[in-house]
Design a protein around this ligand. Structure first.
Ligand SMILES: NC(=O)c1ccc[n+]([C@@H]2O[C@H](COP(=O)([O-])OP(=O)(O)OC[C@H]3O[C@@H](n4cnc5c(N)ncnc54)[C@H](OP(=O)(O)O)[C@@H]3O)[C@@H](O)[C@H]2O)c1
Length: 269
């Protein structure tokens, strides 16, 4: 198996952590992102016990601190020569703080705005890959984007802003696949109510083992089965590509979302 260079955000828990175990067994070169240095370091040690041949680099960023991401990513870029796969997996549903330091809803910040800020500078590295892939963690929970809520001048429930942030991420995925036609860009619902901390905190019960999600992420990251299928939404509740919320393919709404996103990013930087 060809060894890939793979960045996984939110690698310290849940389906991201299960994914990196599998990738480590294969011997892929891993860039592990997390917000907690100690958790990341412990994960690295664990993975090296599984496979001491792999190379692992750590990237510590709290994705709610949007204004810090760009600098930390450009520092990371100086240390990395190649990247084949980006898995934008980190996500939040319940949060002690409803808003980030910029006054933006925490779910919009971490689940949507952070991956946008982080991914664009990294795309230059993907260009050297023979099989570049970007995987964005969406959800079955998708609700129309309220631009006032995105901007931070109106609040809404956690449940609503989580679903809005996931549709926003899915809409951006479709735009990104048009912009970078040589890259396989996929939005994915890994399966509903998988057994992870996020689900336990939000719902108190689960429907499926977390491996249902990590096995799919593994296939989308390094497998052959869906290679080259780009600009699509994979719905793991159906086990196949399927329709996302209709707004995911509405060009007017995507344009409004990305125009507003650019304004927000200009404001906070
Ligand atoms: N589980 C499901 O049923 C399900 C269904 C649909 C979609 N998803 C999506 O799948 C992804 C993974 O979810 P999961 O269930 O595995 O969740 P999880 O167990 O709660 O793990 C979330 C990961 O994201 C990281 N994270 C959270 N906030 C962060 C921040 N501000 N900065 C940096 N990292 C942050 C966490 O870091 P720490 O380890 O430091 O906490 C953790 O590594 C999410 O995007 C989620 O929305 C999950």
């Amino acid at each position: 198996m060809t060894k890939k260079h793979i960045l996984i955000t939110g690698s310290t828990d849940g389906i991201g952590k299960l994914l990196v175990y599998r990738l480590a067994k294969d011997g892929h070169h891993l860039y592990l992102h997390g917000r907690n240095q100690e958790k990341l370091k412990n994960l690295k040690d664990e993975l090296l016990r599984i496979n001491d041949q792999i190379e692992i680099q750590l990237l510590v960023i709290d994705l709610s601190n949007l204004s810090e991401i760009e600098n930390l990513v450009s520092d990371f870029l100086t240390k990395v020569k190649q990247l084949d796969v980006i898995v934008n997996n980190a996500g939040v549903y319940k949060s002690a703080k409803p808003l980030n330091a910029d006054g933006l809803d925490m779910r919009y910040a971490v689940n949507f705005l952070a991956p946008v800020i982080m991914t664009y500078p990294l795309i230059s590295l993907l260009k050297n890959s023979s099989d570049p892939r970007i995987i964005n963690l969406s959800s079955a929970a998708q609700a129309p984007v309220d631009l006032h809520v995105l901007r931070g001048d109106r609040s809404d429930s956690e449940r609503s802003t989580y679903a809005q942030s996931k549709l926003a991420l899915t809409m951006w995925t479709m735009a990104l696949s048009e912009e970078f036609k040589d890259t396989t860009v996929t939005a994915v619902n890994p399966g509903s109510l998988l057994n992870t901390r996020m689900v336990s905190e939000a719902f108190g019960h689960h429907w499926s083992p977390a491996e249902k999600g990590s096995d799919l992420l593994y296939e989308l990251s390094v497998g052959e089965k869906y290679k080259g299928v780009t600009g699509k939404y994979f719905d793991n509740d159906r086990g196949s590509f399927g329709p996302a919320h209709p707004d995911a393919n509405d060009q007017d709404k995507i344009k409004k979302l990305m125009d507003e996103t650019r304004k927000i990013l200009d404001r906070i930087n």
